[in-house]
Design a protein around this ligand. Sequence first.
Ligand code: GLN
Length: 571
Amino acid sequence: MDAEFLAQISDRSSEENFTSVPGGYAKGKTKYVIITGSVMSGIGKGIFSSALGKTLQDRGLKVAPIKVEAYLNIDSGTLSPYRHGEVFVLDDGTETDMDLGSYERFLDADLSKDNFTTHGQIYHNIILKERRGDYNGRDVQYIPHVTGETKLVLRNLAMKSKADIVLVEIGGTVGDYENLFAMESVRELIYEEGKENACLVNLTYIIEPRHLGEFKSKAAQIGLKQLMGLGLQPDIIVCRSQTPITPIVRQKISMNANVPIEGVFNTYDVDNIYRLPLFYREQGIDEAILRHLGLSERHRVNGSRSLKEWTEKNIVQLKGEVTIGIAGKYTGTSDTYISIVKALEQCSVLTRTKVNVKWIEATDVETGKKKIGEEMKGVDGLIIPGGFGIRGVEGKVICARYVRENGVPFLGICYGFQIAVIEFARNVCSIKNASTEEVKKDSENNIICILPEQEEVDGLGGTLRLGGFDIRVKKGTLAWELYGRKEKVRERFRHRYNVNTKFIDVLEKNGMVFSGMAPTKRIMQILELPGHPYFIGTQYHAEFTSRPLKPNPLYLGLVKAAIKRKEGAGK
Ligand code: GLN
């Protein structure tokens, strides 16, 4: 650490009984790109950040992303997917916001708890330290302690990842009370690290009201002024809009926010998000950031075609089309099942077939408001996704029965896997009241029961069986074929219940094959039905490991089976 930096930070920190700099930290070794949003939420900050990360990564830079959430939850595990979108699960079991899924897919990287933080975590750490007596008589304050803890998290990631660039995405919008301390933390970070080591990017929104038919930049200007009012001078501004903005708008934004026009960019609606990294490259966003950070000479594009090739491979001409039904209960927003939708998109690219999604509301099937035969018309394959609770379960059982009896390709995920077992127990094994402990507390025919390790668990947060676990795949089965004849694979889990071992014999005798199991415990992890064109269930979420150009094999199997079914029907 250089002497000036020490004087600036560590001496003062030690006086305050905390440090925001990990031992051995070298300023400037890792640089920071900080992304904030203004005007409003929902402008695609997560997609922007991950696509930008891809653009930087393509230049040979090691990029470590981190999302800083402003909320007080420790993680996203207890958030309703209906309000916040899917809960994404990392290999180490961290339950995160769906943006982490986007980072993993764009960067093709397995991320960990170091890539995600919340104010809840930051406060939690501080309170623990206070209770331990770490602050040594000092009163604990938002500044310097909350900001210090936040900077420590960011610098720890820099050190641990040895990244060239830590890409910090601040959740929320400029002007929120919730993220004020995150904003203040990055202001301090930029000051301490030096302008040449940190680049502040603001993604703003240019409104184009339909009744006017022209762009209005006032909201963006106010947002940027607010950002500057926090002492944060943006280095780069990216204007998000529906259609390309005019030069006048760029000029106004430039003048308003002290950012030379070369630093004001535009991103607008595109038909395919995989276009974005190359689009940013063509505009020169990555070049402008790297120039600011003094890295552009060292990391030239060098005429590399890799990003272009990646884009071309991800955006292909599609020939036919199939429809995959998703029978869930949160069908109001596709963000609830975003990784599933992405996994299907990836299969679409590989099979060159358009994959349409049809949302089937399980509760409507349950109440009889919708008839299953009607709902399944034109559906070539069905997914029953993960879920929790009672509502919609009987509707999903009806769906599972339909696809089993009618030879419709099927993939059951987590709750979908459990429901396939219940349906099979009821209608094939004649266990009439077969159910799950999640629905019926003390029934003797609970084919699905609580995991032994979960019996003692109290509370909801972080208590499920979470994260990546190995799966032993039975040789000669469909799953084994799909996984390229591998006998050991690793996938990500998020569940509290599992197949009751008491019933495995009867299920197997009646023809259900458990083709994947936990290596050392009797936890059933994959099921299949030989003789059915494609009937697979997994206790895990195969969508979390599905990546562009490398879709998860079980999803690919489903889409291929759906294509085959549709072709067969056409003959
Ligand atoms: N509710 C089921 C369980 O806890 C399934 C969970 C899920 O689908 N993610 O086991």
